[in-house]
Write a protein that binds this ligand. Sequence first.
Ligand SMILES: Nc1ncnc2c1ncn2[C@@H]1O[C@H](COP(=O)(O)OP(=O)(O)O)[C@@H](O)[C@H]1O
Ligand SMILES: Cc1ncc(COP(=O)(O)O)c(N)n1
Length: 276
Amino acid sequence: MAAPLPRPPVALSIAGSDPSGGAGVQADLKTFSALGAYGTCVITALTAQSTRGVTHVHEVPVDVVRAQVETLVADVRIDVVKVGMLASAALVETVDALLASGPLAATPVVLDPVMVSTSGSRLLSPDAVDAVRALLPRADVITPNVPEAGVLLDEPPAESAAELPEQAAALRALGARRVLLKGGHLDGTESVDVWHDERGTSELRGPRIATTATHGTGCTLSSAVAALRPRHDDWLPAVREARGWLTEALRHGESLDVGSGAGPVHHFHEQPRWRT
Ligand SMILES: Nc1ncnc2c1ncn2[C@@H]1O[C@H](COP(=O)(O)OP(=O)(O)O)[C@@H](O)[C@H]1O
Ligand SMILES: Cc1ncc(COP(=O)(O)O)c(N)n1
């Protein structure tokens, strides 16, 4: 008889649905699977969306989100949580309470404070920003992009990578324990992200891939960090590995040829090239 396989980490995505499969819980589940985690998900909002953009958002009632989480965690031991689109202040507050009590209170959390899609549609109500600020201390890591960092800090968005370290430190001062401030929206031959934790700041540089397939990069990166965290003894090595894997996913996105707009990145299963 074959030897039993080792138990994979069990990851939970609490996020919105993207029917085109490039972002949201669909991207998170593919990423978990590609990186060796068992994926579970709780859906906060249904979007009508393609690679061309978002045409509709339907928020799931808060008691249904609460029931999804409570039913799941009463049965399944979750090793790591990724939180994505939360749509409204009521959903942000509901998820905050769910992360504060019960088995999830002791579970590592990666929070991607999703606000606007790559195609420019609002995925978070403007009146929910204060609730998201209040949620920041609940996360072990937050992963804002440049526009999201600007909104959270109530400052203009950074215009160059040189401004990222100060903004990352300011986000930590707002209560986030660790910050991965993503510089994908900036220009330059490299894509520069900044990591900030209690030990200080690190610049994480990678090649900027010339591609139209950027739909879901933020969702994919945050779920990759969550999937890989249980395989490392600290956050930064998991972040570095996740970025390396995402670079390959971006490099091969166009070969998927999905949709006519900003296509999805390639959520690889096949090969471990990013490790070399
Ligand atoms: N064209 C690109 N080439 C390489 N890395 C990229 C590119 N675009 C984004 N990234 C990386 O993808 C991740 C997501 O970044 P970003 O696009 O800023 O977030 P979001 O999808 O939330 O807007 C970051 O690690 C960023 O450096
Ligand atoms: C349901 C859902 N959640 C998040 C995003 C953000 O996607 P991106 O990573 O491209 O900014 C999205 N487009 N749809």
